[in-house]
Design a protein around this ligand. Structure first.
Ligand code: NAD
Length: 396
Protein backbone atom coordinates (compact mmCIF):
# COMPACT_ATOMS: atom_id res chain seq x y z
CA UNK A 1 0.00 0.00 0.00
CA UNK A 2 1.16 3.57 -0.69
CA UNK A 3 0.63 5.56 2.49
CA UNK A 4 0.04 9.31 2.75
CA UNK A 5 -1.04 11.43 5.72
CA UNK A 6 -4.75 11.77 6.44
CA UNK A 7 -5.22 14.51 9.00
CA UNK A 8 -8.49 14.83 10.91
CA UNK A 9 -8.40 17.75 13.35
CA UNK A 10 -5.45 17.17 15.66
CA UNK A 11 -4.87 13.54 14.72
CA UNK A 12 -3.40 11.82 11.69
CA UNK A 13 -5.32 8.61 10.99
CA UNK A 14 -2.56 6.97 8.94
CA UNK A 15 1.05 6.15 9.79
CA UNK A 16 3.97 5.24 7.57
CA UNK A 17 5.86 2.07 8.60
CA UNK A 18 9.16 3.03 6.96
CA UNK A 19 8.86 6.65 8.13
CA UNK A 20 8.23 5.56 11.72
CA UNK A 21 11.22 3.22 11.44
CA UNK A 22 13.35 6.12 10.25
CA UNK A 23 12.13 8.30 13.11
CA UNK A 24 13.12 5.60 15.62
CA UNK A 25 16.53 5.21 13.91
CA UNK A 26 17.10 8.96 14.14
CA UNK A 27 16.35 8.90 17.85
CA UNK A 28 18.70 5.96 18.39
CA UNK A 29 21.43 7.86 16.53
CA UNK A 30 21.04 10.86 18.86
CA UNK A 31 21.50 8.71 21.94
CA UNK A 32 24.36 6.65 20.53
CA UNK A 33 26.10 9.81 19.38
CA UNK A 34 26.33 10.90 23.02
CA UNK A 35 28.02 7.69 24.20
CA UNK A 36 27.11 5.22 26.92
CA UNK A 37 25.45 6.57 30.08
CA UNK A 38 27.52 5.77 33.14
CA UNK A 39 25.61 4.13 36.00
CA UNK A 40 22.49 3.63 33.91
CA UNK A 41 19.73 1.10 34.67
CA UNK A 42 20.03 -2.41 33.30
CA UNK A 43 16.42 -3.60 33.21
CA UNK A 44 13.70 -1.07 32.51
CA UNK A 45 9.91 -1.25 32.34
CA UNK A 46 8.31 1.54 30.29
CA UNK A 47 4.54 1.96 30.57
CA UNK A 48 3.37 3.98 27.56
CA UNK A 49 6.44 3.05 25.50
CA UNK A 50 5.28 3.41 21.91
CA UNK A 51 5.17 7.16 21.19
CA UNK A 52 6.23 10.55 22.57
CA UNK A 53 8.14 10.71 25.83
CA UNK A 54 7.70 6.99 26.61
CA UNK A 55 9.20 5.84 23.30
CA UNK A 56 12.15 8.18 23.76
CA UNK A 57 12.58 6.91 27.34
CA UNK A 58 12.73 3.34 26.04
CA UNK A 59 15.29 4.34 23.40
CA UNK A 60 17.39 6.26 25.94
CA UNK A 61 17.34 3.25 28.29
CA UNK A 62 18.17 0.69 25.60
CA UNK A 63 20.65 2.53 23.44
CA UNK A 64 22.06 4.91 26.03
CA UNK A 65 22.37 2.42 28.88
CA UNK A 66 22.33 -0.98 27.10
CA UNK A 67 19.28 -1.85 29.18
CA UNK A 68 16.85 -4.69 28.60
CA UNK A 69 13.42 -3.12 28.13
CA UNK A 70 9.83 -4.21 28.60
CA UNK A 71 7.33 -1.90 26.90
CA UNK A 72 3.59 -1.55 27.43
CA UNK A 73 1.28 0.39 25.08
CA UNK A 74 -2.14 0.46 23.46
CA UNK A 75 -1.83 0.50 19.68
CA UNK A 76 -3.69 -0.84 16.67
CA UNK A 77 -1.86 -3.32 14.43
CA UNK A 78 -1.97 -2.82 10.66
CA UNK A 79 -3.71 -4.79 7.97
CA UNK A 80 -2.89 -5.23 4.30
CA UNK A 81 -5.04 -2.24 3.34
CA UNK A 82 -5.08 -0.30 6.61
CA UNK A 83 -2.16 1.21 8.42
CA UNK A 84 -1.36 0.50 12.05
CA UNK A 85 -1.09 3.37 14.52
CA UNK A 86 2.32 5.03 14.64
CA UNK A 87 3.18 3.50 18.02
CA UNK A 88 2.84 0.03 16.52
CA UNK A 89 5.34 0.79 13.74
CA UNK A 90 7.64 2.57 16.19
CA UNK A 91 7.73 -0.59 18.29
CA UNK A 92 8.34 -2.85 15.28
CA UNK A 93 11.36 -0.69 14.45
CA UNK A 94 12.54 -0.40 18.04
CA UNK A 95 12.51 -4.18 18.57
CA UNK A 96 14.33 -4.79 15.28
CA UNK A 97 17.08 -2.34 16.23
CA UNK A 98 17.29 -3.71 19.77
CA UNK A 99 17.68 -7.26 18.45
CA UNK A 100 20.46 -6.18 16.09
CA UNK A 101 22.21 -4.55 19.04
CA UNK A 102 21.82 -7.72 21.13
CA UNK A 103 19.41 -6.05 23.55
CA UNK A 104 16.45 -7.81 25.16
CA UNK A 105 13.12 -6.18 24.24
CA UNK A 106 9.63 -7.48 24.91
CA UNK A 107 6.38 -5.62 24.34
CA UNK A 108 2.79 -5.83 25.53
CA UNK A 109 -0.11 -4.34 23.59
CA UNK A 110 -3.11 -3.90 25.87
CA UNK A 111 -4.82 -1.72 28.43
CA UNK A 112 -2.18 -0.76 30.99
CA UNK A 113 -4.94 0.30 33.40
CA UNK A 114 -6.20 -3.30 33.62
CA UNK A 115 -5.18 -5.92 36.17
CA UNK A 116 -4.66 -8.49 33.39
CA UNK A 117 -1.91 -6.51 31.67
CA UNK A 118 -0.19 -5.84 35.00
CA UNK A 119 -0.22 -9.59 35.78
CA UNK A 120 1.07 -10.51 32.33
CA UNK A 121 3.91 -8.00 32.50
CA UNK A 122 4.91 -9.07 36.01
CA UNK A 123 4.95 -12.74 34.93
CA UNK A 124 7.19 -11.83 31.98
CA UNK A 125 9.59 -9.86 34.18
CA UNK A 126 9.82 -12.79 36.61
CA UNK A 127 10.39 -15.24 33.80
CA UNK A 128 12.88 -13.29 31.71
CA UNK A 129 14.58 -10.66 33.87
CA UNK A 130 13.90 -11.48 37.52
CA UNK A 131 13.63 -7.82 38.49
CA UNK A 132 13.64 -4.35 36.98
CA UNK A 133 15.69 -1.43 38.29
CA UNK A 134 13.72 1.36 36.62
CA UNK A 135 10.03 1.92 35.90
CA UNK A 136 8.98 4.77 33.60
CA UNK A 137 5.30 5.72 33.66
CA UNK A 138 4.39 7.71 30.53
CA UNK A 139 0.74 7.07 29.81
CA UNK A 140 -1.44 9.73 28.20
CA UNK A 141 -4.99 8.63 27.70
CA UNK A 142 -8.40 10.26 27.31
CA UNK A 143 -10.14 7.52 29.33
CA UNK A 144 -9.58 4.78 31.87
CA UNK A 145 -11.64 1.79 32.90
CA UNK A 146 -11.32 1.22 36.64
CA UNK A 147 -10.09 -2.36 36.98
CA UNK A 148 -12.06 -2.98 40.18
CA UNK A 149 -15.45 -1.33 39.47
CA UNK A 150 -15.42 -1.47 35.66
CA UNK A 151 -16.49 2.18 35.60
CA UNK A 152 -15.14 4.26 32.70
CA UNK A 153 -13.63 7.66 33.54
CA UNK A 154 -12.95 10.40 31.00
CA UNK A 155 -10.36 13.13 31.27
CA UNK A 156 -11.16 16.65 30.05
CA UNK A 157 -8.99 19.69 29.36
CA UNK A 158 -10.87 22.55 31.00
CA UNK A 159 -10.15 25.54 33.20
CA UNK A 160 -11.47 25.49 36.76
CA UNK A 161 -13.83 28.14 38.12
CA UNK A 162 -13.85 30.58 35.22
CA UNK A 163 -14.32 30.58 31.49
CA UNK A 164 -10.98 30.98 29.75
CA UNK A 165 -10.51 32.93 26.53
CA UNK A 166 -7.18 33.24 24.79
CA UNK A 167 -5.39 32.97 21.49
CA UNK A 168 -5.13 29.59 19.85
CA UNK A 169 -3.70 28.24 16.64
CA UNK A 170 -5.83 26.39 14.15
CA UNK A 171 -3.19 23.85 13.14
CA UNK A 172 -5.22 22.90 10.08
CA UNK A 173 -4.95 26.29 8.34
CA UNK A 174 -2.44 28.33 10.35
CA UNK A 175 -5.00 30.87 11.55
CA UNK A 176 -4.50 32.50 14.94
CA UNK A 177 -7.99 32.59 16.42
CA UNK A 178 -9.48 33.05 19.82
CA UNK A 179 -10.79 30.13 21.81
CA UNK A 180 -13.19 30.18 24.73
CA UNK A 181 -13.32 27.17 26.99
CA UNK A 182 -16.06 26.75 29.55
CA UNK A 183 -14.96 25.77 33.06
CA UNK A 184 -15.11 22.25 34.45
CA UNK A 185 -18.46 21.21 35.80
CA UNK A 186 -19.89 18.30 37.75
CA UNK A 187 -17.23 15.70 38.44
CA UNK A 188 -14.92 16.77 35.56
CA UNK A 189 -12.00 17.28 37.97
CA UNK A 190 -12.43 13.92 39.70
CA UNK A 191 -12.79 12.13 36.38
CA UNK A 192 -9.61 13.72 35.01
CA UNK A 193 -7.68 12.89 38.17
CA UNK A 194 -8.87 9.27 37.88
CA UNK A 195 -7.45 9.04 34.35
CA UNK A 196 -4.32 11.20 34.41
CA UNK A 197 -3.55 11.32 38.14
CA UNK A 198 -1.28 8.96 40.02
CA UNK A 199 -3.65 6.15 41.00
CA UNK A 200 -2.66 3.79 38.21
CA UNK A 201 1.07 4.55 38.64
CA UNK A 202 0.69 3.60 42.30
CA UNK A 203 -1.23 0.44 41.38
CA UNK A 204 1.58 -0.59 39.05
CA UNK A 205 4.25 0.06 41.69
CA UNK A 206 2.24 -1.71 44.41
CA UNK A 207 1.81 -4.77 42.16
CA UNK A 208 5.49 -4.81 41.12
CA UNK A 209 6.64 -4.39 44.72
CA UNK A 210 4.33 -7.11 46.02
CA UNK A 211 5.55 -9.50 43.34
CA UNK A 212 9.16 -8.87 44.39
CA UNK A 213 10.21 -7.76 40.91
CA UNK A 214 11.64 -4.37 41.89
CA UNK A 215 15.41 -4.38 42.43
CA UNK A 216 17.18 -2.61 45.30
CA UNK A 217 17.69 1.09 44.46
CA UNK A 218 14.91 1.02 41.87
CA UNK A 219 13.90 4.40 40.47
CA UNK A 220 10.48 5.18 39.04
CA UNK A 221 9.57 8.30 37.09
CA UNK A 222 6.31 9.80 35.93
CA UNK A 223 6.04 12.87 33.67
CA UNK A 224 4.44 16.22 34.28
CA UNK A 225 4.22 19.70 32.81
CA UNK A 226 3.99 23.18 34.34
CA UNK A 227 4.69 25.77 31.63
CA UNK A 228 4.25 29.54 31.57
CA UNK A 229 1.39 31.54 33.12
CA UNK A 230 -0.33 32.10 29.79
CA UNK A 231 -1.23 28.38 29.68
CA UNK A 232 -1.96 27.97 33.41
CA UNK A 233 -5.76 28.36 33.21
CA UNK A 234 -5.96 25.45 30.77
CA UNK A 235 -3.00 23.43 32.08
CA UNK A 236 -1.44 23.94 35.51
CA UNK A 237 -4.57 25.40 37.15
CA UNK A 238 -7.00 23.41 35.01
CA UNK A 239 -8.36 19.88 35.28
CA UNK A 240 -5.13 18.31 33.95
CA UNK A 241 -3.13 20.30 36.51
CA UNK A 242 -5.19 18.72 39.30
CA UNK A 243 -4.27 15.31 37.92
CA UNK A 244 -0.59 16.30 37.87
CA UNK A 245 -0.87 17.49 41.51
CA UNK A 246 -2.19 14.05 42.35
CA UNK A 247 0.85 12.55 40.63
CA UNK A 248 3.06 14.45 43.06
CA UNK A 249 1.05 13.19 46.04
CA UNK A 250 1.52 9.64 44.76
CA UNK A 251 5.24 10.28 44.22
CA UNK A 252 5.62 11.08 47.92
CA UNK A 253 3.61 8.01 48.89
CA UNK A 254 5.75 5.82 46.62
CA UNK A 255 8.92 7.20 48.21
CA UNK A 256 7.70 5.80 51.54
CA UNK A 257 6.70 2.45 50.04
CA UNK A 258 10.00 2.06 48.18
CA UNK A 259 12.19 3.09 51.14
CA UNK A 260 12.68 -0.53 52.38
CA UNK A 261 14.41 -1.38 49.07
CA UNK A 262 16.14 2.02 48.94
CA UNK A 263 14.00 2.96 45.95
CA UNK A 264 13.05 6.45 44.79
CA UNK A 265 10.06 7.87 42.94
CA UNK A 266 10.30 11.01 40.82
CA UNK A 267 8.04 13.35 38.96
CA UNK A 268 9.98 14.82 36.06
CA UNK A 269 8.66 18.07 34.61
CA UNK A 270 9.36 17.92 30.88
CA UNK A 271 9.39 20.46 28.09
CA UNK A 272 6.31 21.25 25.97
CA UNK A 273 6.67 19.33 22.74
CA UNK A 274 4.50 18.18 19.86
CA UNK A 275 3.16 14.74 20.68
CA UNK A 276 -0.13 13.04 19.98
CA UNK A 277 -1.25 14.00 23.49
CA UNK A 278 -0.16 17.66 23.47
CA UNK A 279 -1.57 18.48 20.03
CA UNK A 280 -5.05 17.94 21.48
CA UNK A 281 -4.72 20.69 24.09
CA UNK A 282 -6.16 24.09 23.06
CA UNK A 283 -3.69 27.04 23.22
CA UNK A 284 -0.69 24.69 23.57
CA UNK A 285 0.15 24.32 19.83
CA UNK A 286 0.47 28.14 19.54
CA UNK A 287 2.69 28.25 22.62
CA UNK A 288 4.80 25.37 21.27
CA UNK A 289 5.22 27.10 17.89
CA UNK A 290 6.41 30.29 19.60
CA UNK A 291 8.63 28.28 21.94
CA UNK A 292 10.30 26.33 19.12
CA UNK A 293 11.23 29.54 17.32
CA UNK A 294 12.78 31.08 20.44
CA UNK A 295 14.59 27.93 21.57
CA UNK A 296 15.91 27.09 18.11
CA UNK A 297 17.32 30.63 17.83
CA UNK A 298 18.93 30.27 21.26
CA UNK A 299 20.35 26.85 20.34
CA UNK A 300 18.57 25.15 23.23
CA UNK A 301 15.74 23.37 21.38
CA UNK A 302 15.30 19.71 22.25
CA UNK A 303 12.87 17.05 21.07
CA UNK A 304 11.62 14.15 23.20
CA UNK A 305 14.79 12.14 22.62
CA UNK A 306 17.19 14.89 23.69
CA UNK A 307 14.97 15.51 26.74
CA UNK A 308 14.97 11.86 27.75
CA UNK A 309 18.66 11.43 27.11
CA UNK A 310 19.35 14.42 29.35
CA UNK A 311 16.97 13.02 32.00
CA UNK A 312 18.90 9.75 32.13
CA UNK A 313 22.38 11.14 31.69
CA UNK A 314 22.25 14.31 33.77
CA UNK A 315 19.57 13.58 36.39
CA UNK A 316 18.67 9.94 37.03
CA UNK A 317 21.97 8.14 36.55
CA UNK A 318 24.70 10.54 37.66
CA UNK A 319 23.64 10.94 41.28
CA UNK A 320 22.77 14.59 40.69
CA UNK A 321 18.99 14.82 40.10
CA UNK A 322 18.85 18.55 41.06
CA UNK A 323 15.28 18.47 42.44
CA UNK A 324 13.35 21.75 42.81
CA UNK A 325 11.78 22.93 46.08
CA UNK A 326 8.90 20.47 45.59
CA UNK A 327 11.23 17.54 44.92
CA UNK A 328 10.58 17.43 41.17
CA UNK A 329 13.16 16.91 38.45
CA UNK A 330 13.10 19.88 36.05
CA UNK A 331 14.18 19.16 32.51
CA UNK A 332 11.87 21.99 31.47
CA UNK A 333 14.67 24.22 32.81
CA UNK A 334 15.78 25.48 29.39
CA UNK A 335 12.17 26.17 28.36
CA UNK A 336 11.52 28.12 31.54
CA UNK A 337 14.57 30.43 31.47
CA UNK A 338 13.64 34.14 31.80
CA UNK A 339 15.24 34.87 28.44
CA UNK A 340 13.07 32.36 26.55
CA UNK A 341 9.90 33.16 28.47
CA UNK A 342 10.29 36.90 27.90
CA UNK A 343 10.59 36.41 24.14
CA UNK A 344 7.66 33.99 24.01
CA UNK A 345 5.54 36.20 26.31
CA UNK A 346 6.08 39.30 24.16
CA UNK A 347 5.42 37.43 20.93
CA UNK A 348 2.29 35.88 22.45
CA UNK A 349 0.88 39.41 22.75
CA UNK A 350 1.86 40.32 19.19
CA UNK A 351 1.15 37.14 17.24
CA UNK A 352 -1.64 37.02 14.66
CA UNK A 353 -2.38 35.07 11.49
CA UNK A 354 -0.34 37.49 9.35
CA UNK A 355 2.87 37.47 11.39
CA UNK A 356 2.69 33.84 12.57
CA UNK A 357 5.50 32.58 10.33
CA UNK A 358 7.74 35.46 11.43
CA UNK A 359 7.19 35.13 15.20
CA UNK A 360 6.55 31.41 15.51
CA UNK A 361 7.93 28.19 14.07
CA UNK A 362 4.66 26.86 12.70
CA UNK A 363 6.56 24.99 9.97
CA UNK A 364 8.58 23.27 12.70
CA UNK A 365 5.40 22.45 14.59
CA UNK A 366 3.78 20.92 11.51
CA UNK A 367 6.91 19.00 10.55
CA UNK A 368 7.16 17.68 14.11
CA UNK A 369 3.50 16.66 14.05
CA UNK A 370 3.83 14.79 10.74
CA UNK A 371 7.01 13.11 11.93
CA UNK A 372 5.04 11.56 14.81
CA UNK A 373 3.23 9.54 12.15
CA UNK A 374 6.31 8.79 10.05
CA UNK A 375 5.85 11.49 7.40
CA UNK A 376 8.37 13.96 6.05
CA UNK A 377 11.47 11.96 6.98
CA UNK A 378 14.48 12.18 4.73
CA UNK A 379 15.42 9.07 2.80
CA UNK A 380 11.94 7.52 2.87
CA UNK A 381 10.30 6.87 -0.49
CA UNK A 382 6.72 7.93 0.08
CA UNK A 383 5.71 6.92 -3.46
CA UNK A 384 6.72 3.30 -2.89
CA UNK A 385 4.51 0.43 -1.77
CA UNK A 386 5.14 -0.55 1.84
CA UNK A 387 4.12 -3.43 4.09
CA UNK A 388 1.47 -2.04 6.42
CA UNK A 389 0.73 -5.39 8.10
CA UNK A 390 4.20 -5.79 9.62
CA UNK A 391 4.18 -7.39 13.10
CA UNK A 392 5.91 -6.51 16.36
CA UNK A 393 8.43 -9.38 16.70
CA UNK A 394 7.85 -10.10 20.40
CA UNK A 395 4.07 -10.14 19.88
CA UNK A 396 4.04 -12.55 16.94
P1 NAD B 1 1.78 10.16 23.80
O1 NAD B 1 0.36 10.27 23.38
O2 NAD B 1 2.81 10.35 22.76
O3 NAD B 1 2.05 8.71 24.48
C1 NAD B 1 1.12 8.04 25.24
C2 NAD B 1 1.52 6.58 25.43
O4 NAD B 1 0.54 5.97 26.30
C3 NAD B 1 1.54 5.73 24.15
O5 NAD B 1 2.58 4.80 24.22
C4 NAD B 1 0.19 4.98 24.20
O6 NAD B 1 0.17 3.74 23.51
C5 NAD B 1 0.10 4.75 25.70
N1 NAD B 1 -1.27 4.48 26.18
C6 NAD B 1 -2.34 5.31 26.18
N2 NAD B 1 -3.40 4.68 26.75
C7 NAD B 1 -2.97 3.45 27.13
C8 NAD B 1 -3.57 2.34 27.77
N3 NAD B 1 -4.84 2.38 28.18
N4 NAD B 1 -2.82 1.23 27.98
C9 NAD B 1 -1.54 1.17 27.57
N5 NAD B 1 -0.90 2.20 26.98
C10 NAD B 1 -1.62 3.31 26.75
O7 NAD B 1 1.94 11.18 25.00
P2 NAD B 1 3.16 12.04 25.62
O8 NAD B 1 2.96 13.45 25.25
O9 NAD B 1 4.46 11.39 25.39
O10 NAD B 1 2.76 11.96 27.17
C11 NAD B 1 3.37 11.08 28.09
C12 NAD B 1 3.44 11.77 29.45
O11 NAD B 1 4.30 12.91 29.35
C13 NAD B 1 2.09 12.30 29.96
O12 NAD B 1 2.03 12.11 31.36
C14 NAD B 1 2.17 13.77 29.64
O13 NAD B 1 1.33 14.55 30.47
C15 NAD B 1 3.64 14.03 29.91
N6 NAD B 1 4.18 15.28 29.33
C16 NAD B 1 3.98 15.60 28.02
C17 NAD B 1 4.47 16.80 27.53
C18 NAD B 1 4.26 17.22 26.09
O14 NAD B 1 4.45 18.39 25.77
N7 NAD B 1 3.92 16.30 25.20
C19 NAD B 1 5.21 17.67 28.37
C20 NAD B 1 5.44 17.30 29.69
C21 NAD B 1 4.91 16.10 30.15
Amino acid sequence: MIVSPKIRGFICTTAHPDGCAKHVEEQIAVVKGRGLVQGGPKKVLVIGSSTGYGLSSRIAAAFGCNAATVGVFFERPGEEKKTATAGWYNTVAFEKQAKEAGLYARSFNGDAFSDEVKHEVIAAIKEDLGQVDMVIYSLASPRRTDPKSGEVYKSVLKPIGETYTNKTLNTGNGAVDEVTIEPAEGDDVDQTVKVMGGEDWEMWMDALLKAGVLAENVQTVSYSYIGPEVTWPIYKNGTIGKAKEDLETVQRSLDVKLAPISGKAWVSVNKALVTQASSAIPVVPLYISLLYKAMKAAGTHEDTIEQMDRLFRERLCNGNPQPDEAGRIRIDDWEMTDEIQQIVGKRWEDVNTENLSELADFDGYQAGFLKLFGFGLEGVDYEAECDTAVGVPSLS
